[in-house]
Design a binder for this molecule. Structure first.
Ligand SMILES: [Zn+2]
Length: 292
C-alpha cells in the first residue's frame, strides 16, 4: 500500500495510514507561525515521507510535534524531527522508559514473554524496522496534563487529554477553526490485556465527550478515511445498544448474542459479535494497570 497526502480543510493535511506495517495517520496543522505535526510515525522512514510531502507542498515549516499516546507506531519516528514535542505526562514517562530499552529481537521476544509487549506490535515492529541497531527513541519535552492550546497564528491546536481503554494517556488534537479532530487511537480497543477489550465506563463517556466538540470531521489513526460527526454518532449509538445488552445480561455470551438482533433491530453481523465480545472482556476485567 502507498500513502497519500491530502489537504482536508483550510489548515490541515493528512498522510493516510498503511496497515502493512501498522503505520498510523500523520497530520499537519499549518498556520502563519508554522506547522504542528500530529504523531511522529512508526520509523524514521515513515517520518521522512511526511517531511518530504510538507516540502513538496511548500507548507509552513514544522514548528512543533505532538504525540497522541505512547505506542511505538506513533513515536518511533520522533528522532527524525528536531522539534519541541508535546505529549501527555504519562506518554513522556513511558517513552522515556522505552528509550532505555534494548530493542534487539531477543529482548523484544523476552518482553512479549513477560507480558510487556504484544505479538502483534513485535511482528509489525520487526517488519517496519528489521535493523534497529541505530534506533533512537526521542522522548517528548513538554508534558500536558489536561489541555494545552498551541496558537499558530490564524489557527489553534487544542491538545486535549481524553484517556480511554486503548491507552490511558490518549490525547486528541482539535482544530476549532477547521472543525476537525485527530483522534489518535483513543476510540480503539485495549490490545494489551488479553482479549481485545473495551469498557462501558470508559468508552461511552469518551464518545459523548468527542461528539460534544464542534467538529465535522474526525481522523482515527488507523482508519483509511476520516469519519463525519454523524458517522461517529451512529457508531456511538450502536456501541451503546450493545453495551446496554451486555450490562443487562451480564457474563452470559449466549444470551447476549440471542438478545442482540432485537436490541439492534436487525440481523447480527460479525462486527456486532466482536464488539459484544470486547465489552464482555471489559466486564470481566474492568480495571487494568498500564503495562509500562
Ligand atoms: Zn495505539
Amino acid at each position: 500500500m502507498t500513502h497519500t497526502f491530502h489537504q482536508i480543510s483550510p489548515h490541515v493535511h493528512w498522510l493516510s495510514p498503511d496497515s502493512t506495517t501498522d503505520r498510523p495517520v500523520l497530520g499537519v496543522i499549518s498556520g502563519a507561525r508554522g506547522s504542528l505535526i500530529v504523531d511522529a510515525g512508526n520509523s524514521p522512514a515513515h517520518a521522512r515521507i511526511l517531511l518530504k510531502e510538507i516540502e513538496r507542498h511548500k507548507l509552513p515549516a514544522p514548528a512543533y510535534l505532538f504525540l497522541t499516546h505512547w505506542h511505538w507506531d506513533h513515536v518511533f519516528g520522533a528522532a527524525r524531527f528536531s522539534l519541541p514535542t508535546f505529549a501527555h505526562h504519562e506518554t513522556v514517562r513511558i517513552v522515556e522508559r522505552m528509550s532505555q530499552f534494548d530493542w534487539s529481537n531477543a529482548a523484544l521476544d523476552q518482553r512479549v514473554r513477560d507480558g510487556l509487549e504484544i505479538e502483534f506490535c513485535r511482528d509489525m515492529l520487526k517488519a517496519e524496522l528489521p535493523n534497529r541497531a541505530g534506533l533512537v527513541i526521542r522522548p517528548p519535552e513538554i508534558a500536558i496534563s489536561g489541555q494545552v492550546n498551541v496558537h499558530l497564528g490564524d489557527v489553534t491546536c487544542q491538545l486535549i487529554h481524553v484517556g480511554g481503554d486503548h491507552a490511558h494517556d490518549s490525547t486528541v488534537a482539535f482544530v476549532p477553526e477547521d472543525r476537525l479532530m485527530f483522534l489518535g487511537d483513543c476510540i480503539y480497543d485495549d490490545l494489551h490485556h488479553g482479549p481485545r477489550r473495551v469498557t462501558t465506563q470508559k468508552l461511552l463517556p469518551l464518545y459523548e465527550r468527542l461528539l460534544a466538540y464542534d467538529a465535522d470531521c474526525y481522523l482515527p489513526s488507523h482508519h483509511s478515511e476520516p469519519i463525519t460527526h454523524q458517522a461517529l454518532a451512529e457508531e456511538c449509538a450502536l456501541l451503546t445498544k450493545i453495551s446496554q445488552t451486555v450490562e443487562r445480561l451480564g457474563d452470559n455470551r449466549e444470551s447476549i448474542l440471542a438478545a442482540l438482533p432485537q436490541a439492534l433491530g436487525g440481523p447480527l453481523e460479525t462486527d456486532h459479535i466482536e464488539i459484544a465480545d470486547a465489552f464482555l472482556a471489559g466486564l470481566r476485567l474492568p480495571e487494568v494497570e498500564s503495562v509500562l
